[in-house]
Design a protein around this ligand. Structure first.
Ligand SMILES: [Zn+2]
Ligand SMILES: [Zn+2]
Ligand SMILES: [Zn+2]
Length: 133
């Protein structure tokens, strides 16, 4: 009981929109507020009222006592406290995935978008191809 296993974690189910940088047109790191473009270094203010509202109203089950909590805050990641068991809970940002098709065999791949370009290897046909966000 007194053992410290680190904070409890719940993944948010609400993702902010995937947006492109107005300066270089590359993908911006996901989030709201002041975002630094990972590709050109510009600071971009991103806001999205619908995402903020969904974050504030998001219901999450406490991983310790299962009580359903309303997040009540408009940020992710964020730490809240369970009103029932008093544990602290980290609400982590949703892991966004996008689906794309292998250019060789058209197998659908689900990957986490990241700004910039990188090489992927198709798990089905081992074709290597480059994706850019
Ligand atoms: Zn940029
Ligand atoms: Zn709890
Ligand atoms: Zn393939």
């Amino acid at each position: 009981m007194g053992s410290d296993e680190g904070p409890l974690q719940v993944e948010s189910s609400v993702a902010p929109p995937v947006l492109n940088c107005p300066h270089c047109d590359g993908m911006l790191p996901l989030g709201l507020g002041e975002i630094d473009c990972a590709l050109c270094g510009s600071k971009v203010r991103v806001d999205h009222a619908a995402t903020r509202r969904q974050w504030r109203e998001e219901k999450l089950a406490c991983p310790s006592c299962s009580k359903v909590l309303i997040a009540g805050v408009e940020e992710r990641p964020v730490r809240i406290r369970c009103s029932s068991c008093d544990n602290e809970i980290n609400i982590t940002a949703k892991a966004v995935k996008v689906e794309l098709a292998c250019p060789a065999c058209e197998r659908r791949l689900r990957i986490r978008p990241r700004p910039g370009s990188r090489e992927l290897t198709c798990p089905a046909c081992e074709e290597e191809f480059r994706v850019t966000f």
